[in-house]
Design a protein around this ligand. Structure first.
Ligand SMILES: Cc1ncc(COP(=O)(O)O)c(C=O)c1O
Length: 344
């Protein structure tokens, strides 16, 4: 332990999954063939149209600082997407912040809203990266245990059991890593009701929005009545566009909260060159940006994918989120990736 490391950093753990990835990469460098099941990487490539736009942007000189909120054109495209697909009205000038992936969006939000002593409620099982974040802010992570028998759905009663006077926020992730479950509208309504009654913030990580298949539907809790002013909706291009290495995500929140969040951004990354521009193009080309995109994450993947590939035995909860894992386990066959609880 380094004697200069602050207590808040010493309180959190190194990511086990990241450590596993490092080991796997070292083995790969030594010539071993590795099937990656630790990191959540899609089994298709960034759409060609996005890559071309990025190359063009570089050639056009988009290599300099821009607004710490993110390129305005990108925020405008995100605002359109949120309106059309998620039913969320967000002002691109004041209510959308572009981040370095959903990871930065979560981290920034936690550090911005939690004070030491506050509690944040997170459904369990959870994406492991969340676990330490509350502690990092000096706050406490309170798990909300959900059960596979109930399809990992949330009820008001369950929530009420875990709430205390110190609860400040609830963090949702649907579609969910690692179980793949999708929160029903009923569950979201239960969370919204409690959030309104108790004046809580909801942080909604919707990064797997596009990895969802019939009969499930993705609903954004930020679109429910009275929720816009108490929800931070976050997403990224990592999974939907196989752009995990590009590090582009975003959040939408009320303007006065984005004002606070932006300070964190200004004092840290102030990123956004030139990838936001390319991200903007890729975003517009989303439906579908490239024939490969979409085809490879289509839901019809059978248990045996018809190409001699076997479905991964890691299909732990094969009902609602089954196809998330199916899609990713197909990547395993290609010797590339898998998923299930991976940090960025
Ligand atoms: C639930 C969840 N949220 C956030 C992230 C991080 O995504 P990003 O690449 O956008 O930082 C991941 C990555 O696997 C994830 O599974």
């Amino acid at each position: 332990m380094n004697r200069f490391a602050a207590g808040r950093m010493q309180r959190i753990e190194q990511s086990g999954i990241r450590r596993m990835l490092e080991k796997a990469m070292a083995l790969e460098r030594s010539g071993r063939e590795i099937i990656h099941l630790e990191i959540g990487r899609t089994d298709f490539d960034t759409p060609a149209v996005v890559k071309e736009a990025a190359k063009k942007a570089l050639d056009e000189g988009f290599v300099h600082y821009t607004s710490s909120m993110g390129l305005l054109e990108l925020r405008q495209a995100i605002a359109r997407k949120l309106r059309e697909e998620n039913g969320i009205e967000a002002d691109p000038a004041r209510e959308i912040l572009v981040t370095a992936g959903a990871s930065e969006a979560v981290m920034l939000t936690i550090l911005t809203v939690l004070d030491p002593g506050d509690e944040i409620l997170i459904p369990e099982p959870m994406y492991l990266f969340y676990l330490d974040l509350g502690e990092y802010a000096g706050a406490k992570t309170v798990p909300l245990p959900l059960s596979p028998a109930e399809g990992f759905q949330i009820t008001k009663e369950k929530l009420e059991k875990q709430l205390t006077a110190k609860t400040k926020a609830i963090l949702l992730n649907s579609p969910h890593n690692p179980t793949g479950h999708v929160l029903s509208l009923q569950s979201l309504r239960a969370v919204a009701e409690i959030a309104r009654e108790r004046n809580l913030l909801v942080i909604s990580d919707e990064i797997y929005e596009k990895l969802i298949y019939e009969p499930h539907r993705h609903h954004s809790i930020g679109s429910l009545p009275g929720m816009k002013e108490r929800t931070v909706t976050m997403n990224s291009f990592s999974k939907s566009h196989a752009m995990d290495g590009w590090r582009i995500g975003y959040l939408a929140a009320p303007a006065d909260l984005v004002w606070e969040l932006e300070k964190g951004q200004q004092h840290s990354s102030s990123i956004l060159h030139p990838s936001p521009r390319s991200g903007h193009r890729g975003f517009e080309a989303r439906r579908p940006p490239d024939p490969a995109h979409g085809r490879r994450i289509r839901p019809e993947a059978p248990a045996d994918d018809g190409d001699g590939g076997r479905v991964s035995p890691l299909l732990l909860f094969p009902s609602p989120g089954r196809l998330l894992f199916l899609a990713l386990s197909r990547g395993e066959k290609n010797g590339r990736v898998g998923d299930g609880g991976s940090p960025p």
